[in-house]
Ligand binder design. Sequence first.
Ligand SMILES: [Fe+2]
Ligand SMILES: [Fe+2]
Length: 395
Amino acid sequence: MPVKIRQKVEPLLEALSILQEVKNPSVLGNLLPSFGRGFVLQLGRRDEATHMPASHSARFDWDYSSDFPEMRELYRRAKQNQWDSEVDVDWSVDVDPLNPEVPLLPDEFLDLSVAENYGVKLSATESRRFKKDVASWILSQFLHGEQGALYAAAQVTESVEWVDGKLYGATQVMDEGRHVESFHRYIDQKLEKLYVINDNLFTIIDALMTDSRWDMKFLGMQIMVEGLALGAFGVIYRFTEEPLLKEMLRYVILDEARHVHYGVLALGDHITQRLSEKERREREDWVFEIALLMRERFMFWEVYEEWFAHKLTRKQWRECVNEMPGMREFRQVMFSRLIPNLRQIGLLSERMLEHYDEAGLLKYASGASALEMTEQEFLDALDDDHADELTEQLV
Ligand SMILES: [Fe+2]
Ligand SMILES: [Fe+2]
């Protein structure tokens, strides 16, 4: 099939196959409109702006008394740990993304040996440019995710029922604004290449923004998108040798660990004490399907289209990415952060264990949840023991 036609047909076939993977009919029905806007209409890559209609209620509280001490404590910590990207991060660092002495990502991270088996060979210069593009792609998706987090945090701040949750939420809105500012500045000034939002991420964000239930927004953004992003930030933080990126990620990770903590606190209470069993099961099915969809998030399709569309099929590329040691690590760390949080908030009941096991995700269930670790402990773990384990496996 000619490459031009293949490039049009293959993404649609792939979208269909992703849809077929969603086994639960009610989750499928819930996701379908967003899926249509993301994968079929590709609204995220068509225009400069997209409007996502939101319909949720803002809950006013006329009492104002503190009603959730742990959340109030998190709010205090968040106020004390505010930082200013313009002042605290040293933007004067000269970043050369093509310099092999200071790699954005280590060579092993994006090993292309599977592509070589299919006859693709990059020169040393091409390889450096390719890696720079992948780094730009990953950071661009982080930036788009941060924009989603900013609006979701604002919506949830309106809707959430605890006064302490609203106060905390206000700090998160500020945090996410700062993350958008920081990632955009890095991409714009240091990498000079911004990629469009990936269809998969667009679909998930669209589903969250348009759902009227605050806890679904919360689940999707605080637990799923933020949880996975936190794992991804952690891996890049650990492996990048570029000092500015590392410094910026350090600040962002401390904020994000707090956000996930907030999500687990709020939802644990809500899901186990306020929802009916039917509602709880609905959410349990939903997070499982979203977890599977998220696994598809990091395939770098736009980089593939630039570099390899005329040399490799999408199936071959998928195999290639799945086999990259860094990407295996990526998935592992992301899910090892996510699954314990699902357990903690009551969304990993007996009936789901078999499904997680089949998907190869059950092994992560016994890890520490966000409640069992402060944000500083999370960062320290990346800096020492766990990081050493990762290094051994990767290098
Ligand atoms: Fe963020
Ligand atoms: Fe966040």
